[in-house]
Design a protein around this ligand. Structure first.
Ligand code: SF4
Length: 562
């Protein structure tokens, strides 16, 4: 390994986004994490991206490139990965391998960097990458006290390590009382003969489960970042998070569970932190899982428009769309509005816990076209628990009915836009009621996607696209995986084998990780983490889901659904 430099103004940290810079630079989480690291006097951060290939199984994927400078990862005492998506995990392993850093954490010595990670996906379930990481930060980085303590502990370990010729990994035990720190080596997992986890044991002094940190104090810094890079997906956009979490608690959605209680950035706070002079002529990308539920959304948008800026909104629930709001959206030039029905039959709506009536969508489609927004995009999922082909046909019917409304409204406006239909495979996620559910087989997913595409093909003004089923399967395999999954990834990547091929081999045990409904009392790899939602409540909601019963979701606290 290359030697580390010994004198610096702050401890050098290689902050890696394991995907291309055009993606990483447009990711608010990554941008915000860079700011927060750099704001700490003990560290100085250099950002890295993985530039080659868009897919984890792409040959040659893994070249890690610095945003500036030409140091390699091995020259940094600390490497921190920002991990919002499971499909980026193979790039973590590749990044270490291609930089000649021992991948398995326990094999790293005094001259090797400390390797850590944080982010939404790794906080949901740290275990698939546990073998490769020295420590994982669980939860929200904005929880300032917890984050400071994490960094101070990290700095003390780096200082001690730099003094030693031989690295004693028990130094990591210093994280013992650090909130949000998950040290994989301090946790041992025991498995039954059928492969299920039967016990988790923590070293003395380590919490089990480890509470993920949550930002609870009001008035903290608003996560925002200006994207100014011609290569970035959202170039010339100021990304601003105006809400975190969602009180609707749809049964497939992690945002509806782990980010409770729901938090909205107030108009006052927004105005205090957004410099008017900086937004004129810009586009503000407003980010939040429940934009429609923001009590001051109209006020915020009006403020942005009045100050010469445009805005773009991510997917929004239809309840929040008033004619007044749509007129404002249209006036600032937004050409497409995204709505996410997810499914269409009344039975499936009840099962997933998103029971918005078709007529509500149709009404809003009419309104948005009349307001001057020419296009609409729909998100749907296939492969939901208990879903039948009849339910899939309902999706086609929904879109065709929506199109009738869309065309009629467009005719009166004398211009017709497009309806885009985006189809995603359902991937069961930890910390949701559907964490027990089996994932649909690739064959069935492809067949269901085909039903929708065939039903909509050759219909004017409609485009239907589907996410790669292969990528969804990789995501599903990793999402609910354990350390053994990490070692399968490692083996595949170090031998330059394609993941979809490896997942079809018996040793990958895909049936166990993907296509199996979990037992009621099964111990999950992510039971070592605590996001403040009780497992028995998730289980109760899962059982209600299977009988298409509704639950009440208020979003006021972690465990309020009944
Ligand atoms: S409405 Fe449902 S799917 Fe959308 S963010 Fe909220 S909980 Fe998730």
């Amino acid at each position: 390994m290359a030697g580390r430099r010994q004198s610096y103004s702050g401890i050098p940290v290689a902050l890696v986004y394991p995907n291309a810079s055009r993606v990483g630079l447009s990711n608010l989480g990554f941008q915000f994490v860079s700011q927060v690291w750099n704001a700490h006097h003990l560290f100085s951060v250099e950002r890295f991206f993985v530039e080659t290939g868009d897919r984890p199984d792409h040959k040659g994927f893994g070249a890690v490139v610095s945003e500036k400078g030409n140091r390699s990862l091995g020259q940094f005492p600390v490497i921190a990965f920002s991990l919002p998506f499971e499909n980026d995990y193979p790039a973590v392993i590749r990044a270490l391998l291609t930089n000649n850093i021992p991948c398995i954490a326990s094999r790293r010595g005094a001259r090797d960097p400390l390797v850590l990670a944080g982010g939404v996906s790794i906080s949901l379930n740290p275990e698939p990458l546990a073998a490769f990481l020295d420590v994982i930060f669980l939860g929200e980085i904005e929880e300032a006290d917890g984050w400071s303590r994490f960094l101070e502990t990290l700095a003390s370990i780096v200082a001690e390590k730099s003094r030693r010729k031989k690295w004693d990994r028990s130094e990591l035990l210093r994280f013992r009382e650090t909130p949000g720190a998950y040290v994989p080596e301090a946790y041992r997992f025991h498995y039954r003969s059928d492969g299920c986890v039967c016990g988790i044991h923590a070293e003395p002094g380590f919490a089990l489960p480890v509470p993920a940190l949550k930002r609870t104090a009001a008035g903290e810094r608003l996560p925002m970042a200006s994207v100014e890079d011609a290569n970035a997906v959202f170039n010339q956009t100021l990304l601003v998070e105006i809400n975190r979490g969602c009180g609707h608690g749809c049964r497939f959605c992690t945002s509806g569970w782990i980010h409770r209680p729901v938090r909205y950035r107030s108009f006052d706070q927004f105005c205090r932190q957004i410099a008017v002079k900086d937004i004129a002529g810009k586009t503000l990308g407003l980010i939040g899982s429940d934009l429609a539920g923001h009590p001051q959304l109209y006020q915020l948008l009006e403020f942005i428009a009045a100050n010469g800026a445009a805005f773009s909104l991510s997917s929004i629930r239809p309840e929040g769309l008033t004619r007044q709001l749509l007129a404002l959206i249209a006036a600032t030039g937004q050409k497409t509005l995204t709505l996410a029905p997810e499914t269409a039959s009344p039975r499936m709506k009840k099962i997933i816990g998103k029971t918005l009536p078709d007529d509500l969508f149709f009404e809003k489609i009419e309104w948005l076209v009349e307001a001057g927004i020419p296009n609409v995009r729909f998100y749907f999922m296939v492969g939901l628990p208990t879903e039948t082909d009849e339910d899939i046909v309902s999706v086609v019917d929904f879109v065709l009915n929506a199109r009738s409304v869309f065309v009629a409204a467009s005719q009166s406006m004398k211009r017709i836009g497009r309806i885009s239909v985006q189809i995603n495979a359902f991937v069961p996620k930890p910390w949701t009621p559907f964490q027990w559910a089996a994932m649909e087989s690739p064959k069935n997913l492809e067949r269901k996607i085909k039903i929708i595409r065939d039903g909509l093909s050759s219909v004017p003004n409609i485009t239907a696209r589907a996410e790669s089923v292969r990528e969804s399967v990789i995501q599903g395999y990793i999402s609910r995986g354990d350390r053994r999954v990490g070692l399968i990834l490692y083996d595949a990547i170090s031998r330059q084998r394609r993941l979809p091929t490896v997942l079809r081999e018996p040793r990958a045990n895909a049936g166990f990780y993907l296509y199996r409904e979990r037992d009621r009392d099964e111990v999950f790899p992510w039971d070592a983490v605590d996001h403040g939602v009780k497992k028995q409540i998730l289980r109760r909601i899962y059982e209600k889901a299977l009988s298409a019963a509704e639950t009440v979701n208020g979003g006021r606290g972690a465990n309020d659904p009944r």
